[in-house]
Design a binder for this molecule. Structure first.
Ligand code: ZN
Ligand code: ZN
Length: 187
């Protein structure tokens, strides 16, 4: 995988070849290892010194990107109507990190709504390409949500819960192995 090291950060094709190389490496290994075998692959920091973080990702155009070096406090799929509307899809795969552990480059724009709980929910997106990356919650100050579809390696996202399933679309197929909550993830 040494050819990856020279690829530019924001080239979509390079990300594609990176993930292709990674998935090839995974399928060539025996399954059943912890974390799908991915952590067993020696990854020697393909983007240089600053990419020592485990969770890295970016928007569609590459103007906004991030890295996190801690494990998420929570990971789950939100099927609420606001997440459907803002994503244009069935749900948001969400990870929650302490904001202080997330290094963000570029400036995301935030759009604030009020959730059913009465608390604010601000969704952060790239002002250039519109890709959604982040969320901030009035009920969880100091936390930053990251949308797992923006991860460079989406296999790092391991959801623990489906929540707000009461408002899920009829065509929203969910992993039957995950616990389901009708309402919010917490409480
Ligand atoms: Zn962008
Ligand atoms: Zn939601």
């Amino acid at each position: 995988m040494s050819h990856i090291h020279s690829l530019p950060r924001h080239d979509a094709c390079s990300l594609l070849s990176y993930s292709l190389a990674a998935s090839t490496a995974i399928t060539s290994r025996h399954s059943g290892q912890a974390n799908g075998g991915f952590n067993a692959i020696p990854i020697s920091n393909p983007y240089g010194d600053e990419m020592t973080s485990k969770y890295t990702g970016q928007c569609l155009c590459g103007e906004v990107y991030y890295s996190v070096d801690v494990e998420p406090l929570f990971a789950g799929n939100c099927h609420c109507k606001d997440c459907q509307r803002s994503s244009g899809s069935a749900y948001i795969p969400a990870m929650l990190f302490p904001e202080q552990n997330v290094e963000v480059s570029g400036k995301a724009k935030y759009f604030e709504t009020t959730a059913d709980s009465g608390k604010t929910h601000s969704r952060g997106f790239c002002p250039n390409c519109g890709a959604q990356l982040f969320a901030k919650f009035g009920g969880f100050p100091g936390m930053l949500g990251i949308k797992a579809g923006t991860l460079n390696d989406t296999s790092l996202y391991v959801p623990k819960l489906d929540f707000h399933v009461a408002s899920a679309a009829a065509w929203d197929f969910m992993d039957p192995r995950l616990p389901k909550k009708q309402g919010p993830a917490q409480g």
